[in-house]
Design a protein around this ligand. Structure first.
Ligand code: CP3
Length: 339
């Protein structure tokens, strides 16, 4: 077992910096597109053999140091009573969004080992087959709440913020519901065998620091404290560099950064208390091999004082990326410091 990733999570010394890529299984890989020709996205997530197959693809192609379970942060919403569709053109669409307090009455608590048993099954297949740690994941409550309320992706989150500011008790009731279900979902992934978990808070950067502290952070803290160090927790709060000290209060073992913050500044602000993950701009992979190597080195230099560093992009790899460039990036991380 290659345990470089887990060592970095724990802040232990490693021979090289481990690397994986958010969305490393996905449409930029021809091998993934081939599987997707015969099956829609949600069916792929719900078919353990196929979900395991696409989880493994980037391990062999890129030689990354960790695998991430193939699924989506929105998969647990269906058994909650949310009518979810992944449209090829528009991405996720929710046909029965939450718009008022009484809509909360139709939400159902999930039993992950029962209604989401395909997730545990996929994890069990994977842990038998792979020799790198497997990362499980869930969306953070605020990000999941925005999908439930907006009904899909959003520019300014006006519907979610309307509920938040007009009827805060309804918003917080929704946050409590998502939080409790996310705890059960992550615990079931841990029991099935994942070695670490990442909490994706993709849209929390839409909040002011004050509202982040009030409406988002306490729920992430509750999830992380419920996990109680059973496995390392990575918290990815996209676009939150201006409130990094607050993000660090989540209690996560690893803070994932996007490219809007200089990694050395993040190390200084966190004063070596947590490990960090990141933070190459995914668009750097549209540059030349030389540019990729140079920017990888800049990040690895900048992260030197960190308690632990896991190299990653600052957001998911884009579908138009050439797999060759992703391979170059992984090689550059692994070969750093070797002449
Ligand atoms: O490789 C991995 O990282 C694991 C799988 C994974 C997916 N989604 C697969 C996916 C993970 C960890 C996610 C997380 C996710 N999903 C997030 C958080 C990360 C982020 O990007 O900020 C969010 C916000 C979602 C919601 C989501 N899922 C959107 C907005 C979309 C449509 C846009 C897009 O990128 O296509 C998806 C679909 C999705 N999730 C795809 C994949 C591989 C593409 C589906 C396809 O095959 O057509």
């Amino acid at each position: 077992m290659n345990d470089t990733f887990l060592k970095a999570c724990r802040g232990e010394k490693t021979e090289y910096t481990p690397v994986w890529i958010m969305r490393q299984a996905g449409r930029y890989l021809p091998q993934y597109r081939k599987v997707r020709e015969n099956v829609d996205f949600l069916t792929l997530c719900k078919t353990p053999e196929l979900a395991a197959e696409v989880t493994i693809q980037p391990l062999e192609i890129l030689k990354v140091d960790a695998a991430i379970l193939f699924s989506d942060i929105l998969v647990p919403l269906e058994p909650m009573g949310i009518d979810l569709e992944f449209s090829e053109a528009k991405g996720p669409i929710i046909h029965n969004p939450i718009r008022k307090e009484s809509d909360l009455d139709r939400l159902r608590n999930i039993i992950p080992d029962d209604e989401l048993s395909f997730v545990a099954e996929t994890i069990k297949i994977l842990t038998q087959k792979i020799n790198v740690p497997l990362i499980g994941f869930a969306g953070a409550p605020f990000t999941i709440a925005t999908y439930m309320i907006e009904g899909g992706s959003s520019k300014n989150f006006s519907k979610a913020k309307t509920i938040m500011y007009q009827t805060p008790q309804a918003f917080l009731r929704l946050m409590d519901f998502i939080t409790d279900n996310t705890i059960n979902y992550l615990i079931s992934q841990i029991n099935a065998g994942v070695s670490a978990v990442q909490i994706f808070d993709s849209w929390v950067g839409a909040l002011s620091p004050y509202d982040f502290s009030r409406y988002a952070l306490p729920y992430v803290q509750k999830i992380i404290s419920a996990i109680n160090h059973k496995v390392p927790v990575i918290y990815f709060a996209f676009n939150s560099g201006s409130m990094l000290e607050l993000v660090a209060k989540s209690g996560a073992d690893i803070i994932a950064l996007d490219w809007r913050i200089e990694i050395s500044d993040a190390v200084n602000k966190l004063s070596g208390s947590v490990a960090i993950q990141g933070n190459l701009d995914p668009c750097i992979l549209f540059g030349t091999d030389e540019l990729i190597k140079e920017r990888v080195s800049l990040i690895l230099n900048g992260a030197k004082g960190a308690k632990g560093h896991i190299f990653n992009l600052g957001h998911g790899i884009l579908p138009e990326t050439s797999p060759e460039k992703a391979i170059r990036m992984v090689d550059a991380v692994h070969n750093y410091g070797k002449s």
